[in-house]
Design a protein around this ligand. Structure first.
Ligand code: SF4
Ligand code: SF4
Length: 155
């Protein structure tokens, strides 16, 4: 019986000795996540219309949409990657990426500023009939630029 165990152990030891390691040398060789891994949410802020639907559907309240300040904010460590916001967005400007948020000692949030928001339509002047003419976006309000900023999340 003892010989049998020794034989089995020797066979396993020899097999492992001449096999490639089962672990990878991280971080030199980072792990590649499967395509559908729920890692983190990203936004195409230029397509977003700041409707706030994602914020209302988020079960953890990780998303804050401020139409007055034209910002869309997400608390990365408050997000549980459920994907609800991605499915809900009517403009399909949210996507779930397969890489995870970098770990950190402090809770952070990412804020995106929408710079191409069209100006609200002008109110019709008394006496004028027909459809109100839409105002052209003011200078500086066009373009595809978006600003990303990071900061501490509120407690
Ligand atoms: S649901 Fe989509 S379009 Fe609406 S605020 Fe969220 S990201 Fe923007
Ligand atoms: S993935 Fe889920 S938890 Fe994360 S922001 Fe979207 S709705 Fe909220």
């Amino acid at each position: 019986m003892k010989n049998m165990r020794t034989m089995k152990f020797t066979r396993t030891a020899l097999k492992n000795l001449f096999s490639p390691p089962v672990t990878r040398p991280y971080p030199e060789q980072p792990r590649e996540y499967p395509e559908r891994t729920r890692g983190h949410v990203e936004i195409d802020i230029d397509t977003c219309i700041l409707c706030g639907l994602c914020s209302r559907k988020c079960p953890t309240g990780a998303i804050t949409v401020n139409r007055a300040e034209k910002t869309w904010k997400i608390e990365r460590f408050g997000c549980i990657q459920c994907g609800c916001c991605v499915e809900t967005c009517p403009k399909k400007c949210l996507t779930m990426k397969n890489t995870y948020t970098q770990p950190g000692a402090e809770k952070t949030s990412d804020s995106f500023l929408k710079t191409n928001m069209p100006a609200p339509a002008a109110k019709p002047v008394a006496g004028q009939t027909g459809a109100a003419s839409a105002q052209k976006p003011a200078a500086g309000q066009t373009g595809a630029a978006s600003v990303q900023a990071s900061g501490k999340a509120e407690a």
